[in-house]
Ligand binder design. Structure first.
Ligand code: HPA
Length: 267
């Protein structure tokens, strides 16, 4: 199935060779609209599912940004949609087959760190997997990665520094911290958010961890960026809604795009 998907895409893109992959999170899909050279709806690709969450389109977008060939997922698959963790990471494996060496994973997240404000961007330094599953469960493809992959540096340290440097240069203040993933789709309770903080998390979300684990396993460099869309439950008095998340992502999207474009340039 993986080879079918890769062959299908290669036939469509011809001699275009993506070197950078980007997964665009909720409300952050505009970068793909802006640069789209060729788009393939997920529904046409063997083995792909279709993302059903509002704020997500469902297509793979190929583009040249700052002289680099990029493939973007405009919309991702979530575990909470009922897809297995293995299905969720299928596109990452396909990207690897297409030659992608660096993956930029983005998401909308709740701020667990009380210093974070809505529309802040956070560079992910590490993650905590509380999804209760792992995308690498099952037979291991030894040609791509080892059975027990090292996760001591999922998010390439050198690139964390690079992203911070770029933030400074562009005058975009960036937070830095640990992302914790729950399955969702319900938001966390205040007690769960307090637990997340005790465990060392700065932001909480429902994605990214499966894709990052898979990319690291496959030997890719990984950069993670969270758009902090709300204070996580109990951090402020307000309740949470998906509309609020999309609204904050909208507020952050210009600086997000600026940052990602510059990261692509510097990679
Ligand atoms: N929790 C989990 N996922 C999220 C949140 C949150 O508060 N905000 C945006 N995605």
């Amino acid at each position: 199935m993986l080879n079918n998907a890769a062959e299908f895409i290669k036939n469509r893109i011809g001699n275009f060779k993506p070197e950078i992959g980007i997964i665009l999170g909720s409300g952050l899909g505009e970068l793909a609209d802006e640069y789209c050279k060729l788009a393939i709806p997920y529904s046409e690709i063997p083995g792909f599912e279709t993302s059903s969450v509002s704020g997500h389109k469902s297509r793979l977008v190929f583009a040249e940004i700052n002289q680099k060939n990029v493939v973007m997922m405009q919309g991702r698959f979530h575990f909470y949609e009922g897809y297995s963790a293995q299905k969720v990471v299928f596109p990452v494996k396909v990207m690897k087959k297409l030659g992608v060496e660096t993956l930029i994973v983005t998401n909308a997240a709740g701020g667990v760190n009380p210093d974070f404000k809505p529309a802040d961007l956070m560079v992910i330094t590490d993650h905590i997997n509380l999804m209760g599953t792992n995308p690498l469960i099952g037979a291991n493809d030894n040609d791509t990665g080892v059975r027990f992959p090292d996760m001591s540096e999922v998010y390439t340290k050198e690139y964390v520094k690079l992203v911070q440097k770029i933030g400074d240069k562009l005058g975009i203040s960036l937070q830095k911290g640990v992302y914790i993933a729950f399955t969702g789709p319900s938001y966390e309770t205040p007690a769960e958010v307090r637990m997340a903080r005790v465990l060392g998390a700065d932001a909480v979300g429902m994605s990214t961890v499966p894709e990052a684990i898979t990319a690291r396993w496959a030997g890719m460099k990984v950069i993670g960026i969270s758009c902090i869309c709300n204070s996580a439950a109990g951090i402020s008095d307000a309740g949470l809604s998906h509309n609020e998340v999309i609204k904050a992502a909208g507020e952050a999207k210009e600086k997000f795009k600026k940052l990602v474009k510059e990261i692509i340039k510097e990679l």
